[in-house]
Design a protein around this ligand. Structure first.
Ligand SMILES: [Zn+2]
Ligand SMILES: [Zn+2]
Length: 282
């Protein structure tokens, strides 16, 4: 089993501890590689995104740790960059000019009005009560409309570029499945999802298998039932815990690797000396 994690948060965004605490946990658990991926700055302040003013300190702190723990753990600097729309995403100059080892592209917000401000966003990743209110208010209570918006925005993110890894690619189902009318098996759902997978494969991007809620809720992103569709498209994958707490760095990893083996996956993508390589799953 690969002992690595490329999706993680620390106190530069909404992670609950100092970067060094995550590094110490990773070393204690014999990790080979560890990457930080703070929530990118946005055009507006939120509870969980980092501020632009903190970017230099973030880059410097990870660099300090990289040097301090050289020989014990490969440490990498990434970002989890929100796609908002064509004007604000990983392909804009601000992000492409940052000295990062990799970039994860994720959708948490869907703009439902302008300007780009928190009050004009449909948040798909928050509490279900807020999510349900959003579907009622902005999508006329039709979950299909939200799903369409989500996958349209996801495809636009991949088309815009500037990312290496697609983050929790079907996170819409976390809250979506609790809303009336949602179905992971309906044609209107799978058509959108498969078109997105086709595009990820066409653009040669990697996808993460996100274990953040695997032990807590029995959910993995992408959903277990779509793992074969990923393998069939030869989309390179890696297992990430999306940890916000040091002691959750390794959460769900073993279970995810067992699942991947059962679904016929043979390798994961790993950063080795700064380059992505395929590493066989033992
Ligand atoms: Zn995320
Ligand atoms: Zn995350």
């Amino acid at each position: 089993m690969q002992l690595s994690n490329y999706h993680s948060h620390c106190n530069f965004c909404d992670g609950r501890s100092f970067p060094e605490d995550f590094v110490k946990f990773a070393i204690q658990h014999q990790f080979r590689a560890y990457g930080f991926s703070s929530h990118s700055p946005l055009p507006f302040e939120t509870f969980w995104n980092m501020s632009k003013e903190d970017m230099n300190e973030y880059l410097e702190e990870i660099d300090r740790l990289r040097k301090k723990y050289a020989g014990q753990l490969e440490i990498y600097t990434g970002l989890e960059i929100d796609y908002l729309d064509k004007t604000y995403n990983a392909s804009i100059d601000y992000f492409t000019s940052l000295p990062l080892d990799y970039r994860i592209g994720s959708i948490h917000f869907l703009p439902i009005a302008y300007p780009l401000a928190e009050e004009n966003m449909m948040c798909i990743d928050g509490a279900f009560s807020d999510f349900a209110r959003g579907v009622d208010q902005y999508y006329e209570g039709d979950i299909r409309k939200l799903v369409k918006h989500y996958y349209d925005s996801s495809c636009a993110m991949v088309e815009a570029g500037g990312i290496d890894i697609v983050g929790h690619l079907d996170k819409i189902y976390m809250n979506g499945q609790r809303y009336t009318g949602f179905s992971l098996d309906a044609d209107w759902y799978t058509k959108e999802l498969f078109a997105y997978l086709d595009l990820i494969a066409e653009k040669g991007l990697m996808a993460e298998i996100n274990t953040k809620n695997l032990k807590k809720k029995g959910e993995i992103y992408p959903h277990e039932k779509f793992l074969e569709a990923i393998r069939e498209r030869h989309i390179p994958i890696m297992v990430n815990s999306d940890s916000h707490y040091p002691d959750l760095v390794n959460d769900g990893r073993e279970e995810a690797f067992e699942l991947l083996k059962a679904k016929g996956f043979r390798a994961t993508c790993e950063l080795v000396n700064g380059k992505w390589e395929e590493m066989a799953i033992e």
